[in-house]
Design a protein. Structure first.
Length: 247
């Protein structure tokens, strides 16, 4: 694969070749040394979203020069606030996640702006903006991030019984629309869902954009049969569900 210094002029393709052309290079690494360091998890999340929107795909592939455990065949283009387009190989997500690569700050900032734009749309509750292709791609990625057994278990504790994959899909969509801090906390520790007013007050969960299958009332028998491990993992949620009426 071609190797370029970070923030050097992009030359891999030319406009005459009928492809998308960037302005500056980022992440075109070879087998030599490269800058490393921790990155904001929000940056990596945004980078993974952008990786689902590759450009300039080729028939050939390039293996990771450091471990040969990943390959790429396209680019990720990121538009900065000054209209600079950064062009990176699609392998950049692997470089950051698996090898600790630290991209230059202007590129990191450009990706974070995309992430903030997504959550700003959520916080403004802006359904028209939610129809944007980039927003919808980000939404699918974050819903996938919430596709965990632990969150599914927590949804069943809230429900007081089994939750279908369709209802869990709606539940994850609803969770994203609760905002960045609530979403992030719930993915890391699902028991924090007990602090959400709709759940604490026993109200039906309502998806702000599309209909959601209502979660059923608590069925105490469910806890007697399956609740031992879940009571230990979700003490706040189970306490809410098992609390006497009016308490």
């Amino acid at each position: 694969m071609a190797v370029y210094d970070d923030l050097s002029p992009y030359t891999y393709w030319t406009a005459e070749e009928g492809v998308e052309v960037a302005d500056l290079n980022v992440g075109w690494l070879g087998a030599g040394e490269f800058p490393t360091g921790p990155v904001d998890p929000a940056f990596l999340a945004g980078l993974n979203v952008l990786a689902d929107l590759p450009v300039n795909a080729t028939r050939g592939t390039h293996d990771c020069p450091f471990c040969a455990q990943a390959w790429g065949n396209a680019e990720i283009h990121v538009l900065g606030p000054d209209r600079t387009i950064y062009g990176a190989p699609s392998l950049i997500t692997h470089y950051v996640d698996a090898h600790g690569y630290l991209p230059p700050q202007p590129f990191v900032d450009a990706v974070l702006i995309r992430v903030r734009a997504f959550w700003d749309t959520i916080e403004r509750f802006d359904p028209p903006a939610a129809q944007d292709a980039q927003f919808r791609m980000s939404l699918r990625w974050f819903m996938g991030k919430a596709l965990t057994w632990s969150l599914w278990d927590a949804a069943e504790v809230i429900n007081g019984g089994p939750v279908s994959k369709e209802t869990f899909r709606d539940f994850r969509h609803w969770l994203v629309w609760q905002g960045s801090s609530t979403f992030t906390a719930a993915v890391c520790l699902p028991d924090t869902l007990a602090a959400i007013p709709q759940i604490r007050n026993g109200l039906p969960l309502m998806d702000p954009i599309c209909s959601i299958t209502p979660l059923a009332p608590t069925e105490p028998e469910f806890y007697r049969v399956k609740g031992i491990a879940r009571t230990q993992r979700f003490p706040n949620l189970t306490a809410l569900r098992e609390a006497p009426e009016g308490s």
